[in-house]
Design a protein around this ligand. Sequence first.
Ligand code: S3P
Length: 210
Amino acid sequence: MERYSWPGWVVKTPLKSPPAIFQRLVLIGFRGSGKTTLGKELARLLGWNYLSTDEWIEARTGCSIADFVKREGWPRFRLIEREVIRETAEARQAVIDCGGGVVEDPSNMETLAKNALVAWVDAPLEDIYQRLRGERNRPLLSAKDLRADVAENYRRREPLYHRHAQVYVNTSENPVEECCRLILEELRRASVQAGQVAGAGAGAGGRSRK
Ligand code: S3P
């Protein structure tokens, strides 16, 4: 099945009757905010699959995002991104690391939010800029220089990240382990609240957005 041809996909301990909710952890946030580092660590801690929409797009197009965008342009990239996200809909026991622009298409978020806890991975603008400065593999989105590009796109997306996430972590304020702990606590809290996991008293984890 197409959706199981994800790079590195392994079906882990299949559940007899998988609970319908919170079997997916979706990471959103601006490029350079630390989604990939957190996503891999969260998948390791949970024993879930790590799925990167960017990796899947690269596998599908057969080239890097930078080369693809240079050749075909952003609108074509967004179409493929939307297709890939549609294919994540059935993924369970998965941490889904999303490209920074997924929030700009409401249909992406509708798909991603199903059966999922959505976490916003964030960092201050200046830190994002400094992290991206040394990289060559992320093509500019709209402006001509990186600082303006980060500022302009972050400003437009910030309210969208805010709207779609249930938990917030800041990777400049907290080390990786703490960010993961906050997200996992929120996943547990939400699961307990939904009656999915036995046990009570799991404290609120990260800064809950609800
Ligand atoms: C993008 C972010 C990138 C990648 C593409 C577009 C964006 O992913 O999807 O270059 O629109 O912000 P990361 O957020 O993982 O860098």
